[in-house]
Design a protein around this ligand. Sequence first.
Ligand code: F6P
Length: 323
Amino acid sequence: LKKIGVMTSGGDSPGMNTAIRAVARACAYYQIKCVGIKMGYEGLIHNQMSELGARSVKHIINRGGTFLQTARSEEFRTKEGRAKAFENLKKNELDALIIIGGDGSFTGGNVFFKEFGIPFIGVPGTIDNDIFGTDFTIGYDTALNTVIEAIDRIRDSATSHNRVFFVEVMGRDAGFIALNSGIASGAQDILIPEKKDSLDDLFGSLQHSQQSNKNSSIIVVAEGEELGNVYDLAKATEMRFPDYDVRVTVLGHIQRGGNPSCMDRVLASRLGVAAVEGLLDGKSDVMAGIRSNKIVFTPIAEAIKKHNEIDKELIKVAKILAI
Ligand code: F6P
């Protein structure tokens, strides 16, 4: 193994820069060349890449986003696109790839590996924490901290006005961000796609809040919630309780930005080093993850197919503490 390409792909997440830095530095340490590929698979298709030495990645450990930039490449989904990517890979003498991203990016790597036999290791980078084979994905902890800071602020306003706030958080079709940020910000109710929520339960919870003299209620809603979107839920609540003062906040992309937390920086550093060492050990078509604080490698096919379960204990804790 002489030369490794690294890219970020899919949605950005805080800590991706830290992971790129870790890959570049680990390559320098083990005396192999590292090449940074711009814009995910797009950069491979359009031959946009340049060498990354240990010093090329200085002062990015703490920066949000990804300096290599990222994309969700449509062209890479086509056979022709992947053939172009393979040509450029050969032209640049890349022996292997490290792909930092989510399951869509890993699916691309898996197909590419099957077609052309290019060794690759995936590193889970997404705020959603929805990837099987790791307890935490890079960016998740930072996003949680951003969300609870925002909800704390909303709470100040909510209590001052005796209001009910519906706060929508990201997570695609998973409720990890909602459940954990909801517990951490003292939400009255948390609506996530993994549990079967009903309007009756929600209204019961809001009524309880009112009767027990709480002077604000925060309802955290995962964007993938199946009961309805945050505006529909707020509307239904206003219809049911005409005297409630209801507001909606959609946190949106502020959840994806910002300096990575210490947790994310350490995680990204460990996974970046593990990915390089994994390739040097001859591993391929696997994802480097962390479980019970130990590095583990999971076959990509499994990481893509399986889903992390929501912890029922957390659902119980949220319910008990909303008393
Ligand atoms: O996967 C990360 C994520 O932020 C999801 O939580 C969200 O559903 C999606 O990406 C938003 O994608 P985009 O940035 O393309 O709007």
